[in-house]
Design a protein around this ligand. Sequence first.
Ligand SMILES: [Fe+2]
Ligand SMILES: [Fe+2]
Length: 371
Amino acid sequence: MRKVPISMLEPEMSLGKSIYNGDSLLLRRGIANLHRYINKLTELDIGHVYIDDEISEGIEVHDAISEDTRNKCKTALSTTFAHVLENDPNKNAIDIEELSDVVDVMIAEILSQPNIVISLQDIGSSRDETLLHSVNSTVYGLVLANRIGINTVAMRDLAQGLLLHDIGKVLLDQEILYKSVALTREEFDHIKQHTKLGYEILKKDPVLTEMTRRVALDHHERLDGSGYAGSRGDELNLLVRISSIVDAYEALTVNRCYRKGYTPSKAADILTADAVDKLDAELLGRFFQCIAIYPNGSLLKLSNGKYAAVKEQNTGVPFRPVIRMIEIEGGKQVAGEEINLAHTLNITVVEDDPDLIANLIKDEMARTKEN
Ligand SMILES: [Fe+2]
Ligand SMILES: [Fe+2]
């Protein structure tokens, strides 16, 4: 399968990965004639989908956990968020048993694939932003933790912390949280409250560890003291340092109501610039070994003026994957030859913005159709 902007959907493409709205199924994998659903997808603010077509044949997009586990995790978390909103003083908002069960499955699945390079980006409606962000950050965090050899007890603390790190956002004014224009000073101060609010919610649960709660409290702190509360350096434990990286990366790569998501390569550039003073540079370097800079199934424009879909990664050479050329003939995209960029050094990637490339491809399709 491969990922395309919805503006590029053609009748010969079928859905490569089911789309969920929260934890309920919206469109099932395999559905054809996807262009009929463009309005529905636009309404839900879903700009890209995974599809199957001739070009994507044999392209696998790896996820670190199964779809079933991802869905169970979303269900457990959305129940928790709903309980926090109910704010019943006699009830513990966090169903720790359900969350622990799903965390254990996530950890087992991630431990079973120690060398995974993540290409998949979970696609969902921006209305579920906090839910999707929490699950994605947890997956990234666990993959990184596994890569650096953290023990499973600490992995469990990390996973619970990351799943619940933004739980305080549930109690914020949702209109301010999802505002599409710049926030005023007061509004930003309001958003900043979510770390403390989250910590207070987690403190009410006697089973969660202080390490877990710290992830909620400190994930916006930075090593140079420039974060929300000004904590710095040694005050930030390893799990918090991991969380700051994966939280920032996840937030950069998804569409937000005020800006389009960055590609992994651009997000990596931004975080690298930040790492000098703010993030743990060594951990960040290890994190970049866990994620695909040009993910499998993504669109590229090359220095020879042609287009391609990423087929697979070359270990240790993140900027030079194996690609499948996309030829445009008679108004259609057809699969071209496969090229291993690690061996073909005269071709480089010049663009990876999918929307921009989709427009260029569409222009060329229109041109070749006329001729
Ligand atoms: Fe946060
Ligand atoms: Fe976050």
